[in-house]
Design a protein around this ligand. Structure first.
Ligand SMILES: [Zn+2]
Length: 408
């Protein structure tokens, strides 16, 4: 227990609710069958730490303990990554005075601020998002708060114009979001709104990179539409704003996500736009995961179809707990592999819209990242198939599995 065994949690930050004997080992918190003993974990650790522990994967086939380097994709140490780390501001912050580093909540916040800047959208849009999170866009109420003489009413509906009203709750914004949500499966969970910052952080947690991009683009367009009315440049119908957003998103996804797809030499169908059935004798298995952060659970959707496009199996599986999206996707894929094995299928093609996962599964590199254990399970499990491949598909081509996952 004295090792650094919880990803993302420095040793000196780990505190137990009760003293744990020095000789206790981490395996005493497991059930011996490849799962955590949740009751034991909850008995000793705070809620926040419990979540981190339960998210940590245990290999179902045992295996050696190893040290993992969190600063590279596959968890393997390379000198260049250490050099980059030493040059980064993170390093100096975490090695600040007296070596104590940032408090855990500060660290978590840092992670989210970085995630906002990392959203693949034009800078001007990320800046609006950044100001949204800091609650410092000049909405009517904000201006009044700063004693700037202005009309604090919403330009669309006349209510008090807070930032969240303007961008999320106003009827105008709602109509834009409804159109955007339908096309990109975005879940705003507006009823969980408490503050702009917390709400945006929650959103980023459950959104894919593409959804974060769509979000940034939508927020910017709603804000611009509001500015246009306020500056006397005329009204625009929310549906027209939504159409502009759709066109913009297509453009941005095409250009900003193209380079990623370009490197994915092992993802044969990443460029295909139309669903096509697998060759005769094979089945195509679409898989997806959905995270319900407010319900503290996730859903897995798996759909198996034959070469005629007929559905052989459609299943949904709810799982307890909260994990990062890429971990949820890897769990979903592992479940799909187990299902295919149990169904006695021999020639299978798995399709996921999580590009990084598909790349990991297709890679021969050792993966010691947080999803590495699941990836390793998947690689072992597929030995039972006579033919197997993993391909990346666009979200739109994975819609059926997505709907199943959301139905949990
Ligand atoms: Zn309004």
């Amino acid at each position: 227990m004295t090792d650094h065994w919880i990803p993302g949690r420095p040793l000196h930050m780990l505190q137990t609710l009760f003293p744990i004997p020095e000789y206790a080992k981490v395996c005493s918190l497991m059930d011996g069958h490849g799962h955590w003993n949740e009751e034991n974990v909850r008995a000793f650790f705070s809620e926040e730490t419990v979540e981190l522990i339960l998210q940590t994967q245990i290999s179902s086939h045992g295996g050696e303990d190893f040290v993992y380097w969190p600063h590279t994709r596959f968890g393997l140490y390379i000198v260049r990554s250490a050099y980059n780390l030493a040059r980064s501001s993170d390093f100096f912050l975490s090695h600040s005075k007296n070596g104590r580093g940032l408090s855990s909540s500060k660290e978590v916040e840092e992670k989210y601020w970085k995630a906002i800047w990392a959203i693949k959208a034009p800078n001007k849009m990320n800046i609006v998002l950044w100001r949204f999170a800091h609650n410092c866009l000049p909405s009517g109420l904000q201006l009044r708060h700063r004693n700037i003489p202005t009309n604090p009413a919403c330009v669309h509906c006349g209510r008090d114009e807070s930032i969240e009203h303007c961008l999320l709750f106003c009827q105008f914004a709602s109509e834009v979001w409804n159109k955007v949500k339908k096309r990109f499966y975005i879940h705003l969970c507006r009823k969980n709104f408490h503050s702009t910052k917390q709400w945006l952080f929650d959103f980023i947690d459950r959104a894919s990179p593409e959804q974060s991009t769509v979000f940034a683009i939508t927020v910017w367009h709603i804000w611009e539409a509001r500015n246009a009315v306020r500056n006397g440049e005329g009204n625009i119908h929310p549906h027209r704003v939504a159409s502009k957003i759709h066109a913009y998103v297509d453009l941005v996804l095409l250009h900003l996500f193209k380079t990623v797809a370009g490197h994915s030499h092992e993802t044969p169908s990443s460029s295909s736009v139309k669903w096509s059935p697998p060759p005769p004798g094979s089945v195509l298995i679409n898989v997806d995961a959905a995270i319900f952060s407010n319900l503290h659970k996730l859903g897995i959707g798996i759909l198996i179809r034959n070469h005629k496009g007929e559905c052989l199996v459609a299943c949904t599986e709810p799982l307890k707990g909260m994990v990062q999206p890429k971990l949820a996707e890897s769990w979903a894929l592992r479940q799909a592999v187990i299902l295919a094995r149990d169904e006695g299928l021999t020639s299978v093609i798995f399709a996921s819209d999580c590009l990084s996962l598909v790349q990991r599964v297709n890679s021969s590199s050792i993966d010691r990242s947080e999803v590495g254990v699941v990836v390793s399970d998947i690689k072992r499990l597929v030995a039972c198939f006579s033919s197997v491949s993993f391909c990346h598909v666009k979200r739109s081509l994975n819609a059926a599995a997505h709907i199943l996952a959301r139905a949990c």
